[in-house]
Design a protein around this ligand. Structure first.
Ligand code: ADP
Ligand code: MG
Ligand code: ZN
Length: 516
């Protein structure tokens, strides 16, 4: 993509931006539901099928075809709304949003306008600094996806310079939920982090609800980031005074498709707006394209609030009128909210805040949960998933679950340590073997001949030998310098070629030198 050249826009530093301006954001997230069939017809929704194999007269918009609402789509929309603490409409209609685009065969998108299924909610987002920011949700509404255009022959994949274009309507009519926040104020310097954290928490929530694959890289979850700046109310202004300053003109950066990009795109737009405003210019209300490689946005199309989509209620569909009892039934199916779940797990596992944050950042929550369920201790599960495996997965840029080690493997390895067959150093060697694909922990330990010497006689002999050969150090321990025992333990381990239990060696040394 973006082989297109563009003159770089000037930007202000983030510090200068924040010194002079107050950022306001609005986030629009589109999520594709994982229903088996489309929103208004019975066509399949499977990803990756041959072009135009999952289409019918309804989703192709052929004259006379009549749509029917997918009940599962409505159910998912209501569950999403409830999970976002929204009110659920007792009666709402679909609306036609009219515009022309080749990948939209009916020349209108079936959407919702002033009667969304869910409205007035919020989602609390925990931030790294320990604060919580409440994201106010304006609405969540049902709509359908468009088809996909493929521009062939040009160098950029864009329509400019292409020889011809192809359209695949498999995606046309796939159910979408659009979740729109209110303008988010009071974020200040935390704005880019809040944008990322919100999308991340929302993704976890939708995953826990089981309503979508939420794969940002495959486009089943997409974020449009609206950003504007307003002048600072002045030194010493109260937050109420700042909130009273009118909102600035926004830009809408479209289809940002990773968490990291959401954060970067918001920060970039803040600094770009700041440079324009600081130079006395004004912001054009428009869409922007985000360029992952260069980390900048470029202008899309101008977009005014008065864009006339000639919305009107869809006459071919009955309104959605979920009765209160059904809504309550659905409320009872909601999963534990991800943030609360994390707090509960942290308490259960006894992790510190810092340890928990590392585990979350490593994407290791589920793996640790399964590992503990398989019999490992919470500390061993964290040590392996949050340590060596996370380090390697990060380096290889893959998920920790794709490293070839299973929760059962970790539990087995922890069992070998707890049974006294392996010490920590040996366990690390075994893990190395498991990561190299040499087999299960027991198989690796067997193949590599890793096993602590269980013969206490051999260990005692080694202890006696080391004490006799290191009289200086032994005397220090006798004199009360217990730390000096460390060096003796090291010697014993060497004597035993690493095959000894260090804790046991320590016990024996202290028993010899400090008889009670
Ligand atoms: P559109 O049709 O332009 O997509 P939406 O209502 O769907 O309009 O979404 C607009 C988004 O922009 C909402 O999240 C809204 O809160 C946000 N927004 C509105 N005004 C501003 C502003 N001045 N600065 C930042 N965000 C804004
Ligand atoms: Mg919108
Ligand atoms: Zn169809």
């Amino acid at each position: 993509m973006s082989a297109q050249t563009h003159t770089a826009d000037s930007v202000l530093s983030i510090d200068d931006t924040l010194a002079k301006f107050d950022p306001v954001m609005g986030l629009e997230v589109h999520v594709e539901l994982n229903t088996n069939t489309k929103m208004f017809c019975g066509c399949a929704t499977e990803f990756g099928a041959d072009p135009n194999t999952q289409v019918c007269p309804i989703c192709l918009g052929l004259p006379g075809a009549l749509p029917v609402v997918n009940a599962m789509g409505v159910e998912s929309a209501i569950r999403i709304g409830l999970a976002l603490n929204c009110e659920i409409a007792s009666w709402c209609r679909f609306a036609r949003k009219n515009y022309f685009y080749p990948d939209m065969p009916k020349n209108f998108q079936t959407s919702q306008y002033d009667e969304p299924i869910a409205f007035e909610g919020y989602l609390d987002v925990d931030l790294d600094d320990g604060t919580t920011y409440r994201v106010e949700i304006e609405r969540a509404h049902m709509e359908e996806d468009t088809g996909k255009s493929l521009h062939v022959g040009g160098s950029t994949g864009r329509i400019q310079g292409a020889d011809y274009s192809l359209v695949d309507y498999n995606r046309a009519g796939i159910p979408l939920i659009e979740i729109v926040t209110k303008p988010l104020t009071g974020a200040g310097e935390r704005a880019p982090e809040i944008a990322r954290a919100y999308v991340s928490v929302l993704r976890d929530l939708l995953k826990a609800l089981g309503v979508s694959d939420v794969r940002m890289e495959q486009g089943s979850m997409r974020c449009d980031a609206n950003v504007s700046l307003r002048p600072k109310a002045g030194d010493g202004a109260t937050s109420a005074e700042q909130l009273a300053v009118p909102l600035g003109t926004r830009t809408e950066t479209k289809n940002v498709n990773s968490l990291r990009s959401v954060e970067r795109a918001v920060r970039y737009e803040m600094t770009r707006h700041a440079a324009v405003l600081d130079a006395g210019g004004s912001i054009t209300q428009e869409t922007r394209h985000w360029h992952e490689d260069t980390g900048v946005t470029t202008a899309g199309r101008p977009k005014s609030d008065a864009d006339d989509y000639r919305y009107f209620p869809e006459p071919d569909l009955v309104p959605a009128a979920p009765d209160a009892a059904w809504v309550e039934e659905l409320r009872a199916t909601l999963p534990e909210p991800p943030a609360e779940r994390r707090k509960r797990l942290q308490a259960d596992w006894g992790y510190s805040d810092l340890e928990m944050r590392d585990v979350i950042n490593a994407g290791a929550i589920e793996a640790i949960e399964e590992t503990i369920a398989a019999g490992a201790s919470a500390s061993a599960a964290r040590k392996w998933w949050g340590g060596e495996i996370a380090r390697r997965a990060n380096k290889a840029d893959v998920a920790i679950t794709e490293m070839g080690v299973t929760p059962a493997d970790i539990a087995e390895l922890d069992g070998l340590v707890r049974d006294g067959r392996l010490n920590d150093a040996m366990a690390r060697q075994v893990m190395e073997g498991v990561l190299n694909g040499e087999g299960s922990p027991t198989a690796v330990a067997d193949a590599r001949g890793l096993e602590l010497v269980q013969d206490d006689g051999a260990l005692e002999a080694a202890v006696d030998k080391v004490i006799a050969a290191n009289t200086d150090m032994a005397d220090k321990v006798r004199g009360g310098k217990v730390q000096a025992a460390g060096a003796l333990i090291g010697q014993v381990m060497k004597e035993m070629k690493g095959q000894a239990d260090a804790a046991k060696a320590r016990e024996l040394i202290l028993a010899r030198l400090l008889p009670s």
